[in-house]
Design a protein around this ligand. Structure first.
Ligand code: ADP
Ligand code: MG
Length: 700
């Protein structure tokens, strides 16, 4: 806050200024991110109690999970039998007691006769109705000072907060106080015409209804307002970025040498599918059009995206340009490098590899070759555009498995003075609105056809006790000349332990289970040459069973491998499992994916296993994944340089996304520097929210 000027807005008023909040309580509030009055208003109830979810005590049933509320009529430490705390509550229809066997002293201090509380838990019956160790909330202290409406907000609390009197109840009282005192200091952040257009609640009103809803409808309205506001500002950020990074209307106009392309297509060991041809025609038009291509290519795992990438790059190369292919991992970059080099052997194309783990001298040499135009086609990881790489004449960039990257590469490229055509490829189907929001304006091509002759993959889920029989099965198939993957999860948090587990498992498998075959262990910590050597041997069939961590998740292509065994499958996400499964079923022989988990796994994990058994359709898998995880985590909004969403969900609220996008873009179109008086509030709010995400110089 500015020392002399009086604070006007809730976002400038320190929480300590609110009556009853002193130094100590302010420190406690800071632990949950509350520094200003606005932060407090943004502290959302974690749930609400109302008639639809609170059960009268007279209607509870044994073994049901319910919430009841009532006045505390007795608090007693019972010494007969096992020592326990008994808290009786009464709600005018009956009596129920909460029982605590542990931390009796702590809890007996919390509950006091006369206060109103809520208990949530499973109902048991022992003489009367009981709940053992229920979740509880204090709704009001004895002689409650705040009228509790029909809908009661419950707030997240915790040790640090409770210690200074901020139980769910204490927080509610504070919010109430803050709203009474500072409601008029809540600034509106949306222009009047938008509030009117959608009949949104004014911001101050929305806070009031979020914390002390007068009805279900008003509560819903409050959230609708905050969702819209949040999405509006996110789209405003997109709109401004787009303005700044907007590609010039002119792109490279390429004179593609059709005869060169034809010779290469003819040399392929297979015929392109109809879908591949269609997509290539679309790309061909783009490259000749003079407009910069910005195209998203979606195609399920195994649909043959790589060859489309290759031919796209060759179009540009035949027209005298350089092309770059970016892969999400080094191992995949290497694999593309070796297979593309092999395919292009008969042709006059110079291929280079640029990845982080090259030796400094090799890297420098590659940089120079790229700069001087001595390589035509460069394959690499993200390093390709992050590092000080200068291209001689970059014509097209292909980005593989886009879902693992951020979205700003195009901007990065443009900032480096390049405006190449861009093709991004992904196996994750993304709904149209989302694609627009995440990637800005782009065209979408879809490969909706798998190459012919693919055998469907059979997927089964088994528990660990079945492993010996699964190993027998693998032995039989490998004797027939087929190959197998066995995958172990490694999660970052416990990388060392997991890696050790994988190593132990590998040694056991090699020595005890499959002594007659050659096995190898592949993981991310190996040196590049080692990884490459192992992959090469596996490709040539010299290694029959590859034990691996998830480094093979994307893109690895060995058609002779027919079995994918995934241990601890419950630790993987659905899309990851689908990617892993996509490593088999690439040849003409029948393939299997075997998911192994402990007998006891969570319900969500169970649903994932069932989804994997039920379908091999990547689109269905993605939908299910979205349903199970929610869109934020699924798309990693943050990794896309977008703000975290606290209210809205990009999928569930697709309609609001669309409206907010239209409005934000229209606003920027009309007032690109946010100079109009009616947009002053928008400007202020935008600066506050995104000062770190956006170079303010661009709108100043
Ligand atoms: P993804 O779309 O998952 O990247 P790939 O490009 O790795 O798939 O292709 C999977 C496999 O299918 C590869 O072995 C590739 O050579 C093969 N393939 C691609 N297109 C065809 C085709 N038209 N006919 C037969 N096989 C093909
Ligand atoms: Mg691929």
């Amino acid at each position: 806050m500015n020392g002399t000027r009086k604070a006007e807005f809730v976002d400038e008023i320190p929480i300590q200024y609110v009556k009853t909040v002193g130094e100590k309580r302010a420190r406690a509030l800071e632990t949950v991110g509350i520094y200003t009055v606005e932060d407090l208003l943004e502290y959302r109830p974690r749930r609400y109690l109302d008639r639809s979810n609170v059960v009268p005590i007279s209607q509870v049933k044994v073994d049901e999970e319910v919430t009841v509320t009532g006045e505390v009529i007795q608090v007693e430490v019972v010494r007969r039998g096992r020592r326990r705390l008994r808290v009786q509550i009464y709600d005018r229809t009956g009596v129920l007691e909460g029982i605590w066997f542990h931390q009796i002293e702590v809890f007996s201090r919390i509950f006091q006769v006369g206060m109103t509380v809520a208990f949530s838990g499973k109902v048991t019956r022992f003489k009367g109705w009981q709940m053992v160790h229920p979740d509880f909330d204090i709704i009001s202290e004895k002689g409650a000072p705040i009228h509790t409406g029909q809908i009661i907000p419950l707030y997240p609390s915790g040790e640090a907060l409770r210690k200074v009197g901020f139980s769910s109840y204490g927080i509610r009282r504070l919010v109430h106080l803050a709203l009474e005192r500072y409601q008029s200091a809540v600034p509106e952040t949306l222009p009047t015409y938008l509030i009117e257009r959608y009949r949104l609640l004014p911001r101050a009103m929305a806070y009031r209804q979020m914390h002390f809803p007068e009805s279900e409808t008003l509560l819903h309205q409050a959230y609708r307002r905050f969702k819209y506001e949040e999405l509006f500002y996110m789209e405003l950020l997109m709109a401004l970025r787009k303005r700044v990074y907007q590609s010039p209307v002119t792109g490279l106009t390429m004179s593609i040498q059709n005869d060169v392309l034809k010779r290469i297509v003819d040399s392929l060991p297979f015929q392109l599918t109809g879908a591949q041809r269609r997509v290539l025609r679309e790309i061909y038009q783009d490259l000749k059009s003079g407009h910069p291509m910005n195209r998203l290519l979606q195609g399920d795992v195994g649909s043959g995206k790589t060859v489309v990438a290759l031919l796209t790059m060759l179009m540009a190369i035949s027209a005298g340009y350089q092309a770059a292919l970016m892969a999400p991992t080094e191992i995949l970059a290497q694999q593309h490098y070796f297979s593309i080099k092999e395919m292009l052997k008969p042709f006059d194309v110079r291929v280079g590899l640029l990845i982080g783990s090259l030796k400094a001298a090799e890297k420098a040499r590659m940089h120079q070759a790229i700069r001087q135009g001595e390589v035509d086609l460069v394959i690499g990881t993200h390093a390709l555009i992050q590092e000080p790489v200068e291209f001689h004449r970059l014509g097209v960039v292909v980005i593989d498995e886009q879902h693992r990257f951020g979205v700003l590469q195009r901007a990065e490229l443009i900032e480096k003075g390049q405006n190449p055509h861009v093709l991004v490829m992904t196996a994750t189907p993304i709904p149209r609105t989302l694609a627009l929001t995440l990637y800005g304006d782009l065209d979408v091509s879809i490969i909706d056809e798998l190459p012919p002759g693919r055998q469907p993959i059979t997927t089964v889920w088994r528990t660990e006790d079945r492993l010996p029989r699964i190993y027998d099965f693998i032995r039989e198939r490998v004797k027939q000349g087929e190959q197998a993957y066995i995958v172990y999860p490694i999660i970052e948090e416990s990388e060392k332990i997991d890696l050790k587990a994988a190593t132990v498992a590998f040694e056991n498998l090699q020595q005890k289970v499959f002594p007659e075959f050659k096995l190898a262990l592949l993981h991310g910590r190996l040196k590049m040459e080692e990884k490459e050597h192992i992959m090469q041997q596996f490709k040539e069939g010299k290694i029959q069973i590859l034990i691996s961590t998830t480094v093979i998740e994307v893109g690895v292509d060995v058609p002779n491998a027919t079995i994918m065994l995934i241990e601890h499958a419950e630790r993987f996400g659905l899309s990851q499992l689908h990617q892993l499964r996509g490593r088999v079923g690439r040849g003409a022989r029948k393939s299997y994916c075997i998911l192994v988990t402990p007998a006891e796994i969570s319900e969500v994990a169970r649903q994932r296993m069932r989804a994997m058994e039920a379908t091999t359709d990547g689109f269905k898998i993605a939908e299910e994944d979205l349903r199970l995880r929610g869109s934020g985590e699924f798309f990693g909004t943050r990794q896309h340089g977008l703000p975290d969403l606290r209210y809205a969900d990009l999928v569930a609220d697709a309609k609001i996304v669309e409206a907010a996008r239209k409005d934000a873009f229209a606003l920027i179109e009309r007032d690109p520097h946010l100079r109009l008086a009616e947009h002053a509030i928008v400007r202020r709010q935008f600066m506050r929210k995104f000062a770190d995400k956006f170079q303010m110089a661009h709108i100043a």
